[in-house]
Ligand binder design. Structure first.
Ligand SMILES: [Zn+2]
Length: 67
């Protein structure tokens, strides 16, 4: 089981803005639900982490699996 996620490494996708989860202005990444832009803190929260990792995987593999 993976314990680490790669959103730190993927800094090139980051942009500053207001987190769609917590509202904090921070460096955001589009790994929230439905591509929501979220901050790192939200991305690693236990309740968000699975979604974050899934979206990272999608991004990395170019998987456009939308139902
Ligand atoms: Zn946040």
């Amino acid at each position: 089981m993976k314990n680490s996620i790669n959103i730190i490494i993927l800094g090139e996708n980051a942009s500053d803005g207001r987190c769609e989860y917590c509202g904090k202005v921070d460096e955001l990444r589009p790994y929230g639900k439905d591509g929501a832009k979220i901050c790192y803190d939200c991305g690693i929260k236990p309740e968000n982490k699975a979604e974050t990792e899934r979206n990272i995987e999608k991004f990395l593999h170019g998987d456009n699996d939308q139902n």
